[in-house]
Design a protein around this ligand. Structure first.
Ligand code: PLP
Length: 370
C-alpha cells in the first residue's frame, strides 16, 4: 500500500535567469553586432511568452518565430517594443502579417513581389528581411533569383529592408570548409545590397568567429542551454531540468527481467524504481539501458526498454532511505545531459528539447514573466 502523491509527478523546470545570462553572454560575444531572440516552436518548447519577456527585459528587440501563429502569441508580450520576424515568410496571406505588424523573411522573388504589392496597397513602407540561400537548399532565394533581384533593385523600393540574411548548414562543425564557402557566397551576395545590414550566424555560427557575425546574430539553441560547440565543452549555462517522482519501488531477486522484451536482467538482488515518464512524454525510447538519471548526486541507470508512459531505474546502489515513492529523480539536468542523452539516442539536443515542452507541467524560475 502506498499513499497517493500530489500531481504533477513530472515537471520541466525552466530557469529564466540562466536563459537570460546565456543570451547576454552571446550578445557580448557578438558585439557590435546586435543579438536577436529565436523563439520559434514555442521557444524550443520552453514557453515563448515567458522566454520573450525575459529576453525583452534583457534588451532584445528582434524576435524570430517560424509562423504567424507563433507571432500572435508574442505580440501581447512584446507590444510595440520589439520587431517580430516570421521565418517561414509569406506562406500565409500578406494581410495576415501586415495586420499584426509582422515582418516576413522573404524567401523567394514571388514573395518579394507580393509583399511589395501589399505595401503599395496599404500605401506605407513595410518592413522585410530578404533570405538568400547559400547552401541549405531549403528556403531563401537561390543564386539566380539573388542575381535577378540585384539587377532589379526597384522590386524592393516599397519595402523597408531591415536585413539580408542567410543560414549556415554546419556551423556546429567548425572544421568544415562549407562554413567558409557559405561566408564567401554571402559576402559576395551582400555586395548587391549596399548599405543593407546582414545576418548569418545562428548559435554555433557565433562561435565560428567575428567574420560570421555581420550586423545581427540569431542564436536559439545556445540561449536554451544547448552546446553550440559540440566538439568541445558546453560554454552555456544549463536552463532546463526535467524531473519526475518515483511512483513505485520494488525489491527483486537476481535474474529478474525488466520491461518489454526483458532486455535488462538483474545480476543481483536489487531494487527497482518506476517513473511515470516514457517515450510518449518525449523521453527517447532509444535510451533504454543507455542512460542514467540522478537521485541527488547518485547516478542511477535506466533499466530495460523505456515504455510509452513509464520507465524503470535500477536503484540497488542507493541506500534504502534515499529513494522511495515520491522521491524526485532528475532525468535531465546540468550542462551536458541534454546533448549527451540526445547523442546516445541518435538525435540532437534540439529534437529532445522541443519534444519536452508540450508534455510536461512547465515551471518557470526567475525572470519577470510580465
Ligand atoms: C532556428 C534558426 C536559428 C537559430 O538556430 P540555433 O542553431 O538554434 O541557434 C537561426 N536562424 C534561422 C533561420 C533558424 O531557422
Amino acid at each position: 500500500m502506498t499513499d497517493p502523491i500530489d500531481a504533477p509527478v513530472s515537471r520541466l523546470v525552466i530557469d529564466l535567469d540562466a536563459l537570460t545570462r546565456n543570451w547576454q553572454a552571446l550578445a557580448r560575444m557578438a558585439r557590435p553586432a546586435e543579438c536577436a531572440g529565436i523563439v520559434k516552436a514555442d521557444a524550443y518548447g520552453l514557453g515563448a511568452a515567458q522566454v520573450a519577456q525575459s529576453l525583452l527585459d534583457a534588451g532584445c528587440r528582434r524576435f524570430f518565430v517560424a509562423n504567424p501563429d507563433g507571432a500572435a502569441a508574442l505580440r501581447p508580450v512584446l507590444g510595440d517594443a520589439a520587431t517580430i520576424y516570421v521565418l517561414n515568410g509569406l506562406i500565409a496571406e500578406a494581410g495576415d502579417l501586415s495586420a499584426f505588424d509582422l515582418v516576413p523573411v522573404l524567401n523567394d522573388l514571388g514573395q518579394i513581389v507580393r509583399w511589395a504589392g501589399e505595401a503599395r496597397r496599404l500605401e506605407r513602407r513595410l518592413g522585410a528581411v530578404v533570405h538568400i540561400d547559400t547552401g541549405m537548399s531549403r528556403l531563401g532565394l537561390p543564386p539566380e533569383e539573388t542575381a535577378r533581384l540585384a539587377a532589379s533593385p526597384e522590386l524592393l523600393a516599397p519595402l523597408d529592408l531591415h536585413f539580408v540574411m542567410s543560414h549556415l548548414s554546419c556551423a556546429g562543425e567548425p572544421e568544415q570548409a562549407e562554413n567558409h564557402r557559405q561566408l564567401a557566397l554571402f559576402r559576395d551576395a551582400m555586395r548587391s545590397f549596399p548599405g543593407t545590414r546582414a545576418s548569418l550566424a545562428n548559435s554555433s555560427g557565433i562561435f565560428l568567429g567575428k567574420a560570421w557575425h555581420h550586423d545581427l546574430v540569431r542564436p536559439g539553441y545556445a540561449v536554451y542551454g544547448g552546446n553550440p560547440t559540440p566538439s568541445g565543452a558546453n560554454p552555456m549555462e544549463p536552463v532546463i531540468r526535467l524531473k519526475a517522482q518515483i511512483v513505485q519501488v520494488r525489491e527483486v531477486p537476481a535474474g529478474t527481467r525488466v520491461g518489454y522484451s526483458g532486455t535488462y536482467t538483474t545480476e543481483r538482488a536489487t531494487r527497482l524504481a518506476t517513473l511515470p515518464v516514457g517515450y510518449a512524454d518525449g523521453y527517447p525510447r532509444a535510451l533504454g539501458n543507455l542512460a542514467h538519471a540522478w537521485i541527488g548526486d547518485s547516478a542511477v541507470p535506466v533499466a530495460g526498454h523505456v515504455s510509452m508512459d513509464l520507465m524503470t531505474l535500477d536503484i540497488g546502489d542507493l541506500p534504502e532511505d534515499r529513494a522511495h515513492v515520491g522521491t524526485w529523480v532528475d532525468l535531465i539536468r546540468g550542462r551536458t545531459m541534454l546533448d549527451d542523452l540526445a547523442t546516445r539516442a541518435g538525435t540532437i539536443g534540439y529534437e529532445l528539447l522541443t519534444s519536452l515542452g508540450a508534455r510536461y507541467a512547465r515551471h518557470w524560475l526567475g525572470g519577470t514573466r510580465g
